[in-house]
Design a protein around this ligand. Sequence first.
Ligand SMILES: [Zn+2]
Length: 473
Amino acid sequence: MKTTCLESVSTSPFLPLQAEPLAVLAARAACALDRSIQQLVQASDQNLGHLEVQAAHDVQELLRQAVERGAQAKADATPPTCLVCGHELTRCSSGHARTFESRYGAITIKRTRGYCKRCRKWRTPADAVLGLEESAGYSPAVQDMAALLASKMPVEEAGAVLEHLTGIKLPRATLDREAKRQGERAQALRTQLDQQAATEKRQLELSLEPYQMILQLDAWNIRERDGWGQSARQRRAGQEPERWHWVYTGTCFRLDQRGRTAGGRPIISERGFVATRCGLDALREQMHAEALRRGLGQAAGALVVGDGAVWLWRLADDRWPQARQRLDFYHAVQHLAAVGRALFAEDKVKLTAWLKPLVRQLKNESSVKVIGQLEEALAALPGGTRATAITKEVEYFREHQGRMDYRAGRRAGEPIGSGPVEATCRQYQCRFKRPGQFWSRTGDESLLCLETFWRNGRWSLLFPHSAFNPARN
Ligand SMILES: [Zn+2]
């Protein structure tokens, strides 16, 4: 054994580990790393991956103790003041130990507790300062990982992935609870941010080119089940214990932030997202706030794009009465095709020959001409079920006529379809609408909220350390 190794310095069994200076622990970790390197060279069945796992293990205790000592030092330096109201705490007592699961293992911190007379509450200021206050015993880094993984994949998978990547073991129920708790925190923060967006006066950027704001809305459904453990009883009573709920989804972006890839595919450089299962009122307020944050207040105009759903246009009339509205082009085409099927039944050749020029006309000319032709076709029919079906479609086109300015839209470089929001819905569904998946009412909104924070690039508002890059500081 080489004498440069400091391991021998620290091996006194009478010294409690706690008291060892970090330098000693670091030296011991360095010795362990040296051994691991030799081990790698000698072992014919190990590749670099083995050393990567081993090296993380070798320094883990050093890191755990560093984190624990840092937490204790910061706790000791925290004045006994209520962080909610600023009032000095009374009846203070120190030494309240609590153990938290950190990125590098369990750490125990002794904190001071005191009573805030103004809030009439007991406070532990160190917990708030350290980011431990709202967690059930998890450090901010672990809270972050639990929230992110559980919003991206089913919890049973999330637990396995977390353990595989970090060695942190969180039982499924714990992970589920912690993610939900973080989701509830995210919802509270969302409400606060949305109120800010609605009241805040934004500085006008004077040099800005005028732009259009595009708002797209859609909905999909999620399966929920309440009364867990009572399904059998409910079924016997003739009730199916599941329900489908709408998740209203929206996306918004500035038209000047929509471009094309070299391959011609449209891309949007900056977009806002909204998803909620809390109903249309929630969607309306969340979407409006998101659009404001993305520049609706300074936009020269706004355009709402969606499919034919009645709720969507009502909401648009109500919340953005000045905005133009456009029916998704592909939905319009589907309705044209429905007329075609009523006219030509199974004759595919005739149907295509009839449909193609109409689609072109709808896209490049005017909806008035298209409606005229549908009316002509209807007039030539003697009546009956085919005529009834076509009448319904003609009414649909008349109702949405003002939303079919596809020619003008194309000329202005605007989207004529609701592809972006439909893609957004599909992405959410990959997580929230898996086979055999059921949600509780509170669980789905929590995780939808977390996922939306992530998509909007606001994760660091929930977990400030996640925006911290030591390499850049
Ligand atoms: Zn207080």
